[in-house]
Design a binder for this molecule. Structure first.
Ligand code: ARG
Ligand code: ZN
Length: 875
């Protein structure tokens, strides 16, 4: 059944308070709920959501309920006829955490209890109007065995504890803040706390704790530092303070997503908490900083002000991603963080926007809401907030945030409410801008220009089109902020004086606003200096820029002052050359050679590499095979792979001495540090190693062997192992075996072992991946492991996933079919790569469709997987 945004109706009944009593047992947990409810409309009948619950008893105002007044609904819910205006409803249900492999609701992981309630998991714990616009105050009492569950946690502040007969004990938690059910959390088990504290600006003492399994205590330092930094940042940047006496985090190895912002009790995938230099890469450290901040920032943008319904998901997610990205830019090298985020947006969101699941940042309909925790809602949503901030100005944005929170604290609201606050605080009309929330598809921004040297007049013509997406054949223009400058022939910035403006005030950078389908911007006073336009500086809008020719791109890559434009121009240049080489290869041409223009760009990057190693590492990376494929009407995974590998070899060979020099010079001296400079140095050094290993006759592989053996830190070890895993080096098997032997007992590190092999470019990879799915360490019930093997293979190894035999498709379909009855959320996510059939050759498309059909034919398919597969098949 499809749910439509337009069908929203306020809840028929509200819940003022919830008292939960949870008696934990692995297979027979009992949940008693006492809900103080009242009518909120004309409906007489009360309907409650429920799923996989065994009802023991129910009463209304103390009177037992039974059929026919109470009846079970088809999906597992409950209907109670003729409810009074205000009443107390009590239910007692039994659930089995052990049987819960969906990891939604209350489940067991390693013998400990955890919950995940967003989006609709609370209904798997008790009968409830499980929708975000029902906000209630919760008191939770947990009871469990003392020996197996010494730790008992829930939301809010602790409110008592004690012993019970039979070696059991209890603890009570009170959350003073009203919240939607998706923010409920419970954690119980044998965990240990790493403690710290934070004093808020106004003097509140907050006890901080991160709960992990015994032995993991030494991996929490970075998460704790990140938490304190995030708490301080929200105070200085937004004036927002924490609002409880405790802030708890619990880490769990079995988790569907990255982390969850439950009020006062965040629950995290261990991947985003645990890090030691010998187990975690620099990327892992950066991920922890971002996700810890993200969940903390939700305390205001998501928890205190929440969503009216799930169509508004980006209200909290887009805004909170914007906040975490801004925070991470502040913590590290801002420019490099920015371009890494753009790279991820293009890798994940642009294809989504061009594919069968394309949807607006605020979707209009869904079958399964879990399918809409997407790059569009999160990352594009964040870009939309970022554009808004640029349009109304940073100060107005801050005023808008203040107004938004003042107006809507403790409310469940809509994206329109957020935009209205920004509009009212700034006085800027944002009605047209709101199209960014309503329209799916990535706008294409086209540039044309004309220069008249006799008058010094330069006309920049910008035009936009957005391609049709499912259900949205016609598109309107959106306001596109274009941060820009003009470079003179010597690379120096030219004054930007628009026709009719005063010469005195001409700035060197400005923001053009393209509001129509096509507009001219006329600049004057440029003399005879023909300008090169530097557009979309800092990636000022989530669009595809086209129309610049190779010479302009090469010039910008070398000369522009904006690091994003420098990087992006180099990438666009490389894509254009790769597409040309792919065409030549397909036409039967000779082996691809390194184009001189591209070599010049690389040489320039290498010349400046040591001044900004992090930037250089990004600039030296060729666009991914998928990114290139997305620029082709019909992809050719083999030709793309061949050309990209050939270029890597040529680049490695051409610059081998410089790569060797960088690998020597940039080695860490002293102990491992995770500051931006050290991260950048390691990134550049490992990029150099990877290129060097491609160069025939170089000492790249011996260097990789030595770096692996030295085992200085996981960043360097993994970079070396990746080089070996991709090679035919005789040390390859031993290195992989040694790595497995060392880290067999550390699931997060073992994930890396799976992922490296799943993403290898070696010819035998598909067979290896099939074998790894039968490896004793592969566990289909663990989402991280599934993502490390199946997800990485299907989404990040195009040449093998698209094997001409169709075996890659078949493997993925088999895994989806096996996974769907175990964990339908993760299964549905795995479907996406098969939805890309429209971009493939007719032979491949037919095989991909056949696998989708095969999944669709399975009996009892979950509605999430059904939605993904059936939408992926649509013509
Ligand atoms: N709100 C969480 C976050 O962004 C994501 C949880 C989503 N979980 C899910 N099963 N859909 O931080
Ligand atoms: Zn979030």
């Amino acid at each position: 059944a499809t749910i439509h945004r337009q069908d929203y109706r306020p809840p028929a009944f509200l819940v003022d308070s919830v008292e939960l009593h949870v008696a934990l047992h692995p297979t027979a947990t009992r949940v008693r709920a006492r809900l103080a409810m009242r009518r909120n409309g004309d409906a007489r009948d009360l309907e409650l959501d429920g799923e996989a619950l065994t009802l023991i008893e129910a009463s209304l105002d103390g009177a037992p309920l039974a059929a026919p007044r109470m009846e079970h609904l088809p999906g597992g819910g409950l209907r109670i006829a003729d409810a009074p205006d205000a009443f107390v409803l009590e239910t007692l249900v039994e659930i089995s955490p052990e049987a819960n492999t969906e990891l939604s609701g209350l489940y067991l992981s390693g013998g400990n209890y955890f919950t995940q309630c967003e989006a609709e998991g609370f209904r798997r714990i008790t009968f409830f109007p499980d929708r975000p616009d029902v906000m209630a105050r919760y008191t939770v009492t947990i009871e469990a065995d003392k020996a197996t569950c010494p730790v008992l946690l829930s939301n809010g502040n602790p409110a008592g504890a004690g012993d019970l007969p039979g070696d059991r004990h209890w603890a009570r938690w009170e959350d003073p803040h009203p919240k939607p059910s998706y923010l409920f959390a419970l954690v119980a088990g044998d965990l240990v706390a790493v403690r710290d504290h934070f004093t808020t600006r106004s003097g509140r003492q907050v006890a901080l704790a991160i709960y992990v399994r015994q032995g993991d205590e030494d991996g929490c330092g970075h998460a704790m530092d990140s938490l304190k930094a995030a708490m301080a940042w929200d105070e200085t940047e937004y004036g927002l303070e924490y609002d409880l006496d405790v802030f708890n985090i619990a880490a769990v190895s079995d988790f569907n997503m990255g982390a969850m912002e439950n009020k006062g009790l965040n629950i995290f995938n261990t991947k985003y908490i645990l890090a030691r230099p010998d187990t975690a890469t620099d990327g892992d450290y950066e991920g922890i900083e971002t996700v810890v901040a993200h969940e903390y920032f939700h305390n205001w943008t998501g928890n205190r002000v929440t969503c009216r319904d799930w169509f508004q998901l980006s209200l909290k997610e887009g805004l909170t991603v914007f906040r975490d990205q801004h925070f991470s830019e502040h913590m590290g090298s801002a420019a490099v963080k920015r371009l890494a985020n753009v790279r991820r947006l293009r890798a994940a969101q642009f294809p989504e926007d061009a594919g069968p699941m394309a949807h607006p940042v605020r979707p209009d309909s869904y079958v399964e809401i879990n399918n809409f925790y997407t790059a569009t809602v999160y990352q594009k949503g964040s870009e939309v907030v970022r554009m808004m901030r640029e349009l109304i100005g940073h100060e107005n944005f801050r005023k808008g945030m203040d107004l938004y929170i003042a107006r809507h604290d403790n409310q469940a609201v809509t994206i329109e409410d957020f935009v209205s606050a920004m509009q009212d605080a700034s006085g800027v009309d944002l009605s047209r801008f709101s199209r960014w929330y309503a329209q799916a598809g990535t706008p294409e921004l086209r540039v044309e220009d004309d220069f008249d040297a006799s008058t010094g007049r330069y006309t920049l013509t910008l035009s936009q089109t957005t391609p049709p997406t499912p259900g949205q054949p016609e598109k309107q223009p959106v306001p596109i902020p274009v941060a820009m400058g003009l470079l003179g022939p010597d690379g120096v910035a030219l004054p930007l004086r628009l026709q009719g403006e005063d010469a005195a005030e001409a700035p060197e950078e400005r923001m053009l606003l393209l509001e129509e389908a096509r507009q001219d911007f006329v600049f004057e006073g440029l003399g005879n200096r023909r300008p090169t336009p530097s557009l979309l500086r800092g990636f000022s809008a989530p669009v595809k820029l086209t129309g610049l020719e190779l010479p302009a791109l090469g010039f910008l890559a070398a000369q522009d002052s904006d690091p994003f434009v420098r990087w992006d121009s180099g990438q666009q240049y490389a894509v254009a050359e790769m597409l040309r080489l792919i065409g030549a290869h397909r036409a039967g041409g000779a082996a691809p050679a390194l184009p001189e223009g591209l070599a010049t760009i690389f040489a320039a990057v290498l010349d400046r590499a040591e001044a900004d190693p992090a930037f250089a590492a990004e600039a030296l990376a060729l666009p991914s095979e998928d990114f290139v494929a997305n620029q082709m009407p019909v992809a050719d995974p083999e030709a793309i792979h061949l050309v990209r590998q050939a270029l890597r070899r040529e680049i490695g060979a051409r610059f081998a001495p410089r790569f060797a020099g960088l690998h020597d010079a940039l080695q860490d001296t002293g102990p491992y540090r995770i500051d931006g400079a050290s991260i950048g140095r390691r990134a550049l050094r490992n990029a150099a190693l990877s290129y060097l290993a491609q160069a025939p006759g170089s000492d790249g592989l011996p260097r990789a062997r030595a770096q692996f053996a030295a085992g200085a830190n996981m960043t360097d070890v993994l970079a070396a192992l990746r080089v070996l895993a991709d090679s035919d080096d005789p040390a390859r098997e031993d290195a992989l075996a040694a790595f497995h032997a060392s880290w067999r007992h550390d699931p997060l590190v073992l994930d890396k072992w799976f992922m490296l092999q799943a993403t290898s470019s070696r010819a035998d990879t598909l067979a290896q991946v099939q074998a790894l799915a039968l490896h004793p360490d592969f566990d289909i019930r663990n989402p991280n492991r599934v993502r490390a093997l199946v997800g990485a293979f299907a989404a990040s190894n195009p040449v093998h996933f698209h094997a001409a035999s169709g075996e890659g498709y078949r493997f993925l379909a088999e895994m989806v079919i096996a996974l769907d009855p175990v964990n339908s959320q993760v299964a549905a996510r795995m479907v996406s790569p098969l939805g890309d059939w429209k971009r493939q050759s007719p032979e491949r498309a037919a095989m991909m469709r056949a696998e989708l059909e095969r999944i669709l034919a399975r009996p009892n398919l979950s509605k999430g997987t059904f939605e993904k597969v059936s939408k992926s098949l649509a013509e």
